[in-house]
Design a protein around this ligand. Structure first.
Ligand code: KG4
Ligand code: ZN
Length: 341
């Protein structure tokens, strides 16, 4: 007997992207619509929560209609609605959650609440059709830096985390300090190609007794101090060298912790996820060390690294086939922990 296709309509509004997607059988992206608010928030140097929620309300219906239309599917052929319900900005999350609940109720569709970070991890399944758990995943986004053991679909165990700033946050703050604007990650990535990563020795923090944990606040302060000291001496700052040396310090720490964890936990597959996973230098360094250590390395394309709804659809699919769903009492949980429901 032919198995019926499972089509998930997914919605993501946790931060500054209003996104909807249709995903077939977990790994086939039929549409992936992202309406970015970056231009709106740029003038403020970061995301303004109130503006984000208002913009989500304005855009959400249109984005969903487009996702259905590009996928050439009507709502009646959708099997379930997946939606990010945390972590994220509460007002922003609420827009997606309310919308998903309304559609689920009106069209009598299964509702599945998805954890945003679990979604980022699942982005790896989209283009790597052969990837299956178990694997180790380094999650590096604007709000999170975690080392996660993906033991099975939907089964996650955090073994390392940042003690202060997230990796993406450090990129954004350093970018602001050298006048690159928001969001800083892609700009530092680009500028670093013109600089020397060995020019300035920035610190690599190690945390006693927590070999898989991260800390980026000392590195951020070291960059700011370096800039201030040159400014006081009226010396010129080589922004490309600062960007490249900062990026090299971040990548060094991310790669070494990940490799240590892969070895200690005897993981043969390593993946990266989240906005910072789009970083070209991180991808290159991970690729090289994984090859040296005979590990398989996986990463999503940049469009699936940063916030999108396709990854939420993939995550929702693996819940759906296990028979896991949410009730209409689903609520936004801004500080939702991985593996919690
Ligand atoms: O995953 P994401 O889109 O949103 C969150 O869930 O936070 O990640 C956004 C973060 C921002 O801090 C952004 O600067 C960073 O990812 N980012 C990058 C790159 N592209 C995005 N960081 C370094 N290099 C990049 N190419
Ligand atoms: Zn994200």
């Amino acid at each position: 007997m032919l198995q019926k296709d499972i089509n998930i309509l997914a919605i993501e509004t946790s931060c500054d992207e209003t996104a909807a997607a249709v995903v077939r059988n977990g790994r086939e992206v039929r549409s992936n619509i992202i309406s970015s608010q970056i231009e709106l928030h740029k003038v403020y140097g970061g995301v303004v929560p109130e503006i984000a929620s208002r913009k989500h309300i304005e855009k959400i219906n249109q984005v969903i209609e487009e996702a259905l239309s590009v996928a050439e599917i009507s709502l009646k052929d959708i099997d379930a609605i997946g939606v990010t319900y945390g972590p994220g900005l509460v007002g922003a999350l609420l827009v997606g959650v309310a919308e998903a609940k309304a559609i689920s109720f009106a069209a009598k569709k299964t509702l599945i609440g998805v954890h945003h970070i679990e979604g980022h991890i699942s982005a790896n399944y989209i283009e790597n059709k052969q990837l299956e758990p178990p694997f180790l995943c380094l999650v590096v986004s604007g709000g999170h830096t975690h080392l996660v053991l993906v033991n099975d679909y939907g089964e996650f165990e955090i073994i390392g985390r940042t003690r202060d700033d997230a990796a993406g946050e450090a990129f954004d703050k350093v970018a602001r300090a050298i006048g690159l604007g928001y969001p800083g990650g892609p700009k530092i990535d680009r500028l670093s190609k013109e600089g020397n990563g060995q020019a300035i020795q920035f610190p690599r923090a190690h945390i006693d007794g927590a070999p898989y944990d991260f800390s980026f606040s000392g590195l951020k302060s070291a960059v700011l101090n370096y800039i201030n000291s040159l400014e006081m001496k009226h010396e010129e700052i080589n922004r490309a060298d600062v960007a490249a040396s900062f990026q090299e310090a971040v990548v060094d720490v991310l790669v070494s912790r990940t490799m240590l964890a892969a070895k200690d936990y005897n993981m043969k597959k390593v993946a990266i996820a989240g906005g910072v996973a789009a970083n070209s230098s991180l991808q290159k360094a991970m690729h090289t060390v994984c090859k040296e250590n005979e590990l398989e390395f996986y990463h999503p394309s940049p469009i699936f690294c940063t916030d999108n709804a396709a990854m939420i659809g993939t995550s929702a699919y693996y819940e759906y086939i296990k028979g896991i769903s949410s009730g209409l009492d689903l609520n936004a949980i801004p500080n939702l922990k991985i593996g919690e429901r």
